[in-house]
Design a protein around this ligand. Sequence first.
Ligand code: SF4
Ligand code: SF4
Length: 103
Amino acid sequence: MGKYDMIDKFDLDTMTDEQTKKKQDYVIKNCKCPSCTTYVKGDNPVGYCFPRVGTSKKIQWEKDCLCETCPIYKEYDLNHTYYCTRCSEICQSLKIQVPEISG
Ligand code: SF4
Ligand code: SF4
């Protein structure tokens, strides 16, 4: 298993567009962000840990993060938090991995 496989927690590399869309819908459906104090009402879609969702256009202040209590977080063995402002799981992992690879 390569480094990329280990950080591609949602296994997107091996999935078709349709499968990716299905998984994204599943993540959004189970996401706890709408009940988080950091969340800004009306921001859509949630499921910020998922790579295709992207960061929030409305959230500016980090107050608290519920991700570690989310079923998706456990199911996919995620490692980061504040996906709404800091970018998706794989994006935050790459930010950490890059200095290691180039160093
Ligand atoms: S881990 Fe966080 S961003 Fe991802 S689905 Fe759960 S609450 Fe939402
Ligand atoms: S990613 Fe974390 S901090 Fe942001 S809205 Fe979701 S639970 Fe709250």
